[in-house]
Design a protein around this ligand. Structure first.
Ligand SMILES: Nc1ncnc2c1ncn2[C@@H]1O[C@H](COP(=O)(O)OP(=O)(O)O)[C@@H](O)[C@H]1O
Ligand SMILES: [Mg+2]
Length: 327
């Protein structure tokens, strides 16, 4: 039974169609990734789901509540971590959470315990009396996630949670986010334009220019580009290629002094290859398709500007500028 249902959702701002006939479902207790480049329509979709924006047409519901008509019930069911931080920097970590618990009508007798638990969960209990303005970007993000969980929502929305964080804080935050469904019995809806971060998702929808262009698990999406490739050097490549094909029933060929083998689960296949070929193997390397490769294949462009050429970036910025000034 899906906890989030979106059917033919459309949102227009003047003559910009930010969300263009989008449909998807999210199953309870899973991590759902909504992926797309800047300006694709991710935040707009989240704002509709969170009852902050009304759709032009179509329907969205959370836990059976219509996002446009039952906004109070929807807000009770959700927690949100916005793209831009919304903590009060002049309050302490604890004060920020207490204030939130108060806004969400958490009973007075429960408030302090929930706040303490949340601070401990994100490892910030020792810093509870520090002003938020003294926190690093990663600490602020964790505190926001903790805040989003205080009222025990069924769904937690994370809009670009790792934007602006250094790589280590990003990794840290992801480890922590992946534990949430089990530990807090919550469904995660997250957006990102870092394709590699979506690896932790159970299910993904890729959005570009307001339209969903692909969906599925990370593994399913990677099948679009044909799975993993194993590169192998052996003492006798021609002999080895025949042996591997016969024994493992895989697609293998020799090129430029290397054997390459296409397979869906490369990591699981390597031990079988070694067993088949024994000491004839000189080296093995595994190349996995990334979700960015998937996006590139589907759209012909990289999802992040820094992965495309400078000229494309400038063109894209000019186009975005024109779009903004046409409406
Ligand atoms: N309030 C608004 N008014 C006008 N245009 C908007 C507004 N919000 C978003 N847009 C436009 O809608 C498109 C999608 O934006 P957004 O949902 O923020 O994308 P994302 O979160 O994927 O980067 C963009 O072209 C953006 O400029
Ligand atoms: Mg956004």
């Amino acid at each position: 039974m899906p906890i989030i249902k979106v059917e033919n959702l459309v949102k227009k701002f003047g003559n910009v169609t930010a969300v263009n006939d989008v449909s998807f479902n999210v199953e309870e207790g899973t991590i759902f990734g909504f992926l797309g480049p800047n300006g694709a329509g991710k935040t707009t979709t989240i704002n509709i789901l969170c009852a902050l924006l009304s759709p032009t047409s179509g329907k969205a519901s959370i836990d059976g509540h219509d996002c446009a008509k039952e906004s109070a019930l929807v807000r009770k069911s959700i927690g949100i971590v916005f793209q831009d931080t919304t903590l009060d920097k002049d309050l302490t970590a604890e004060e920020n959470l207490i204030f939130h618990a108060y806004l969400y009508n958490v009973e007075k007798s429960e408030r302090q315990k929930r706040v303490d638990d949340a601070l401990k969960f994100v490892d910030l209990f020792g810093r509870k009396d520090d002003l938020v303005k003294k926190f690093s970007g990663g600490m602020k993000r964790k505190l926001e996630v903790a805040r989003g969980l205080i009222h025990r929502p069924k769904v937690l929305f994370l809009d670009e949670p790792t934007l602006g964080l250094d790589p280590q804080s990003r990794t840290n935050l992801w480890e922590f986010i992946t534990e949430l469904p089990k530990k807090h019995n919550v469904t995660i809806f997250m957006t990102t334009h870092y394709m590699e971060e979506a690896e932790v998702c159970n299910d993904i929808a890729i959005i570009d220019n307001g339209k969903i262009i692909a969906g599925g698990s990370p593994a399913e999406l990677k099948k679009i580009i044909g799975g993993d490739v194993i590169y192998l050097k052996t003492k006798d490549n021609l002999k080895a290629v025949d042996e591997v094909k016969k024994a493992l029933n895989v697609d293998a060929s020799v090129k430029d002094g290397e054997i390459f083998i296409s397979t869906i689960k490369g990591d699981a296949c390597i031990p079988d290859i070694i067993r088949t070929l024994g000491d004839s193997v000189l080296s093995v390397r595994l190349q996995r398709p990334t979700l960015n490769d998937v996006f590139l294949k589907l759209t012909g462009k990289a999802i992040r500007e820094d992965e495309s050429s400078g000229a494309d970036t400038i063109k894209e910025e000019v186009r975005a500028y024109r779009r903004r000034h046409q409406s």
